[in-house]
Design a protein around this ligand. Structure first.
Ligand SMILES: Cc1ncc(COP(=O)(O)O)c(C=O)c1O
Length: 320
């Protein structure tokens, strides 16, 4: 363990890999989760935000105290950018579609960012386009100062997952892994991690999970759904389809139920997209069977969903 860190950004990464003991069946493969809810900043997006900002710094495109960093995001990326900007001294202006959680907006503001709420469209794609328009308008107003981080197209997004997230997974599992499963938003995590894992573990299988209604990669669907952060209706630029061995779709009900079981039976309080990823990982574990090992990533902390409906349920058990 490090002694004194120079700032909290040095605590980003190094998240634990945890075995699930109660959700997989006795004949299923072992299921491991890398829990990004324990990341500094509360999600996997702390890694991406740091990478997007530090690559722009390295190219001399931004400077603290002057540059305005902007992004269109459903939440976690915005919190990540606000978090990194707070430490480095940037102005952060985040555009967020209005139906996304109030906690996220509060967290961005807590880290000192300005937030623009944008209208929901008829589907996921139009919702994101409305959000992007807010960034375009800001850029038109302050052309010299605004830097749009562009997580959907900036190669610094998958790069950090290939260089760090995947390297951590290889180290933590000693490279003993039969499958990697992950839900897809920008595809930065899945694209970056699978690039290194495929190169390092020749027989590994890679699976992409999506919300059923928003299964763009698997079925061309762009519908609205309740799994924040994934199934955005924008094709991923970071997904090398030749590395993907299969696609799985997960309904909102399945994602919610799995996130609840993850908390109540494994003690891992993670968000809805983690419910999607873990549900898909459990399906793969059933197919692969005992003796094999599957890993997925839980992208954020479930405390980010306290004001929504994820945790509005009564656990069903009685004292004997
Ligand atoms: C909660 C959550 N899960 C998963 C993802 C997907 O990550 P990626 O954009 O790397 O595909 C995101 C992205 O914002 C997210 O917020």
């Amino acid at each position: 363990m490090n002694k004194i860190l120079n700032n909290i950004l040095e605590a980003v990464g190094g998240t634990p890999v945890i075995r699930l003991n109660r959700l997989p069946g006795p004949e299923d493969a072992e299921v491991l989760v890398k829990f990004e809810g324990l990341n500094a900043g509360g999600s996997v997006k702390s890694r991406t935000a740091l990478s997007l900002i530090e690559s722009a710094e390295a190219e001399g495109l931004i400077r603290p105290g002057y540059s305005i960093l902007t992004e269109c995001t459903t939440g976690n990326q915005g919190i990540g950018i606000a978090f990194v900007s707070a430490v480095k001294g940037y102005h952060a202006v985040i555009a967020v579609p209005e139906h996304y959680g109030v906690e996220r907006v509060k967290l961005m503001r807590a880290y000192g960012a300005r937030v623009i709420i944008t209208p929901v469209g008829k589907d996921q794609t139009e919702t994101i386009l409305n959000c992007r328009k807010a960034c375009e308008e800001l850029k038109a107003r302050y052309p010299d100062r605004v830097f749009w981080l562009q997580q959907y197209r900036n190669i610094a997004n998958p790069k950090i997952h290939r260089q760090r997230t995947a390297a951590e997974i290889l180290y933590q599992t000693d490279g003993k892994l039969d499958a990697f499963v992950h839900a897809i938003g920008t595809g930065g995590t899945l694209g970056g991690v699978s690039a290194l894992l495929k190169a390092a573990i020749p027989n590994i299988k890679i699976y992409c999970a999506e919300p059923y209604e928003g299964a763009l990669e698997a079925a061309g669907r762009r519908g609205l759904h309740r799994q924040q952060g994934i199934g955005d209706g924008i094709p991923s630029r970071f997904l090398d389809r030749s590395l993907i061995d299969g696609f799985l779709t997960v309904t909102d009900e399945e994602a919610y139920e799995t996130a609840r079981k993850l908390a109540s039976q494994e003690g891992i309080l993670a968000g809805v997209s983690s419910g999607c990823s873990v549900h898909a990982a459990l399906q793969v574990a059933r197919q692969l069977g005992k003796g094999k090992r599957v890993l997925t990533i839980c992208a954020d902390t479930g405390e980010r969903y306290l004001e929504g409906d994820l945790w509005q349920y009564e656990p069903e058990w009685d004292l004997p």
